[in-house]
Design a protein around this ligand. Structure first.
Ligand code: SAH
Length: 347
């Protein structure tokens, strides 16, 4: 069975042609599933009965199952979703005053092995397929609909479990589906992909012609420290990563966000702030400082509020634009992989 939620418009058009259907059928189907939000082919009244039979035979419209749901006192919702083969992934709804953002996972587990992150502990089990990423957004949309306040998902950050650029093609299909005018119509500027820094993929992403955002998980201003925190840096050190970022800025005409996690006594010193300024000066990016969510899987400590503000001040005084990331759901295992680790079965 082909899950219709996983088909990017052009691929759907091509597939329908194989079924002897006209390409306009693809728009018609998109309108039914994303605009009119029907969940069965039988409701598609302007699709011929004979084609509806074919749709019922070869296609499906299924969503992941909600395995666990946690709701924070700040309204943040964290779901553990179960996929068809039993693997589970986390999805988070964050409510900002400007809209509803979903943090989407792109893989089951992760192979990047960052030392501070719980998602990578078991390695990557598999890539998520486009319909499994679209399914995360649709499931959150359904929750919002049940709340009855006329709200829906307005922003997407691909910052959940997994390295999106290690699942590049599926993530690009996902982006095209949620961004499509006849799809979920989420504006490109409201979509952000976060990567630990794979230079070839950054260059490829630059050429996609998308107006989506790119965030780089930097977390350290020099190779020595970054090697300790993110083993991907041993493969793609800063002198390899930065030319790709500069090329991205030129080709895509967009500036990047540098994510910088603050770990007490590790990367939050004045020296680190000064090194960071030098490192990113030649780019137009700005820095998003992230308070670390502590886990019991390692000894890293979250930097104190004072140290975070001192770090921020040094950046700002030197003309580097920086903000402190707003925190959500600190009472519900908000850090990557924490809810899944807590549920604790093999998948
Ligand atoms: N692999 C991608 C996207 C997933 S991780 C990437 O590396 O960007 C999303 C972000 O969460 C990354 O910046 C990651 O470094 C950060 N992160 C991981 N564990 C965290 C924790 N315990 N507290 C806060 N941020 C964390």
């Amino acid at each position: 069975m082909i899950n219709l939620y996983g088909l990017e418009l052009k691929k759907l058009q091509a597939l329908l042609t194989e079924y002897g259907q006209k390409p306009y059928r693809a728009i018609q189907l998109y309108t039914w599933i994303y605009e009119k939000k029907v969940t069965s082919f039988d409701e598609m009244s302007d699709v011929s009965l004979s084609f509806r039979e074919i749709l019922n035979r070869d296609f499906c419209l299924s969503l992941p199952k909600i395995h666990t749901k946690q709701v924070s006192s700040d309204g943040t919702v964290k779901l553990l979703l179960e996929l068809e083969d039993g693997y589970k992934v986390e999805t988070v709804l964050m409510r900002y005053n400007y809209g509803n953002a979903v943090c989407v996972s792109s893989q089951v587990g992760c192979n990047m092995g960052c030392s501070f992150c719980s998602s990578g502990i078991l390695g990557k089990q598999r890539n998520l397929l486009p319909h499994e990423m679209v399914g995360q957004v649709l499931t959150i949309n359904n929750l919002l609909k049940e709340e009855g306040r006329g709200q829906h998902v307005t922003h997407i950050v691909v910052m959940g479990t997994g390295e999106p650029f290690d699942n590049y093609d599926n993530v690009m299909d996902f982006i095209r589906i949620v961004n499509a005018q006849k799809g979920l119509a989420i504006g490109a500027r409201h979509i952000t992909v976060s990567t630990c820094g794979l230079p070839d993929r950054i260059r490829e992403y630059a050429k996609e012609g998308l107006q989506t955002n790119l965030a780089i998980s930097l977390h350290a201003p020099n190779n020595e420290l970054r090697n300790k925190l993110m083993k991907i840096n041993k493969v793609y050190p800063l002198e390899v990563l930065f030319p790709a970022i500069k090329e991205y800025e030129q080709i895509a005409g967009r500036r990047v966000t540098y994510e910088y996690l603050l770990l007490e006594g590790i990367n939050d010193t004045k020296e680190c702030a000064e090194e960071l300024i030098k490192l990113i000066k030649g780019t137009n990016g700005y820095v998003n400082l992230i308070p670390y969510n502590e886990t019991n899987k390692n000894d890293y400590k979250r930097s104190s509020g004072n140290r975070v503000h001192t770090f921020l001040d040094i950046l700002m005084k030197n003309g580097v634009k920086a903000t402190i990331r707003k925190e959500f759901g600190s009472d519900i295992d908000a850090a990557c992989g924490q809810l899944k680790a807590k549920v604790g079965d093999q998948k």
